[in-house]
Design a binder for this molecule. Structure first.
Ligand code: GLY
Length: 382
């Protein structure tokens, strides 16, 4: 075993010990973040019909995803039971319909698709196919992109596409592989090609949001979104790009996707601070020094996916950068004790939000997933 694998296995042991009581304590919830006392909240209540922060909250697949990662590692049925409990609740979103969004990939890949892949459950396959069809229904043929969000405040979002969807389209790839119907893959590739053409700048940094004319399809402008501003470089979005293009390459073998993943990866690697602590935006001012440990874990996961597709010495470069980030998290931003239900601390939703440095369930997901990538014992849910 390599040194970094021994290290990852040691950290995973702490994760297993912590998740044993965390999962027991929160088995009836679908958590997103922790309160001031370190207790997980619960996003599994159904809200009024247009709300998207209740049961249909976009991160609600990650709790089940963590459970499936632990199930495939330990073989303990109780993790599958908790994952399925959350999945049964999520399926109610299909009945409500309103409030569901582009993030059905984030919701149903780590729950329904994971269950189907690991256990062959046909009930799970049906939910995953349902999610894929909803995602396909968001495709704009004029602009060749998956439409993001529904309504955001006063903004007209009919022509908005976002870098995050490079992850959601894995649900479309899965649906084509599973059904042998190429339509889903065709839409995923058209979306990825649009992102290639309009989101990635020559230096490998990416836009968060690009607005297209929803009728004619032409690009109108970019928006700063959750990053510092227009033309900046939201780190979690960089992670969605690196990891998302690596996934698109894995599903299609199209070389341009791997090249794009590498270009975005090199931009990230050139901007990782000495401390290994990742800011919310690589182009934010020095102060305030807002961090995003979640973006850090997504970037690390993306670098490890790119590493899978290349050979040494190139491979070692990506692995080294990922390990640097993950060690910074494990040594300085992780809580393996009983004071908080979440492990990864200091996450940020968006640079300009009122709150910073809190916990997010998907930071824990991507942290744990990356550790399994290092030990070579995980499954890829994307
Ligand atoms: N997909 C939204 C986010 O990363 O915050």
């Amino acid at each position: 075993m390599k040194e970094y694998q021994v290290w990852a296995e040691e950290v995973l042991q702490k994760v297993r010990e912590k998740m044993e009581w965390v999962s027991e304590k929160n088995q009836d919830k679908i958590p997103y973040t922790t309160d001031a006392n370190g207790n997980y909240d619960d996003r599994s209540e159904e809200k009024e019909w247009l709300a998207d922060d209740g049961l249909n909250w976009w991160t609600n697949g990650f709790w089940g995803g963590i459970m499936w990662l632990l199930y495939q590692d330990t073989g303990e049925e109780r993790y599958a039971d908790i994952a399925r409990k959350s999945a049964r609740k999520l399926e109610k979103c299909f009945e409500t319909y309103y409030g569901l969004h582009h993030d059905v990939g984030f919701m149903f890949l780590p729950t329904a698709v994971a269950d189907y892949r690991l256990t062959g459950s046909l009930k799970a396959r049906r939910a995953a196919m349902h999610g894929a069809n909803l995602l396909a229904g968001r495709f704009n043929p004029a602009g060749k992109f998956i439409r993001a969000w529904n309504e955001v405040g006063e903004s007209d979002t009919r022509g908005w596409a976002i870098i995050d969807c490079m992850f959601n389209i894995s649900l479309l790839y899965w649906a084509s592989e599973e059904s042998k119907d190429p339509r889903f893959r065709q839409m995923a590739m058209m979306h990825a090609d649009t992102v290639l053409a309009h989101f990635i700048r020559p230096d490998g940094s990416v836009c968060h949001i690009v607005e297209f004319d929803p009728e004619k399809g032409g690009m109108i402008r970019s928006h700063g979104g959750q990053g510092y501003g227009e033309g900046s470089s939201w780190t979690r979005g960089q992670g969605w790009a690196v990891y998302g293009f690596a996934n698109s390459y894995a599903h299609t073998g199209k070389q341009e996707y791997l090249d794009a993943a590498k270009r975005c990866a090199h931009y990230c690697m050139a901007n990782i601070p000495e401390s290994g602590i990742i800011p919310v935006d690589f182009r934010q001012p020095k102060e305030p020094a807002w961090e995003d440990s979640c973006g850090a874990c997504v970037i690390a996961g993306g670098l490890l996916e790119v590493a899978k597709h290349v050979t040494a010495p190139e491979k070692d470069m990506y692995v080294r950068a990922a390990v640097k980030i993950l060690k910074a998290i494990a040594d300085t931003r992780a809580d393996f004790g009983r004071g908080c239900d979440a492990i990864v601390q200091n996450c940020t939703g968006a640079y300009h939000s009122d709150t910073h440095h809190f916990t997010m369930v998907y930071a824990d997901y991507f942290f744990i997933e990356a550790l399994y990538k290092l030990t070579g014992t995980g499954i890829l849910l994307w």
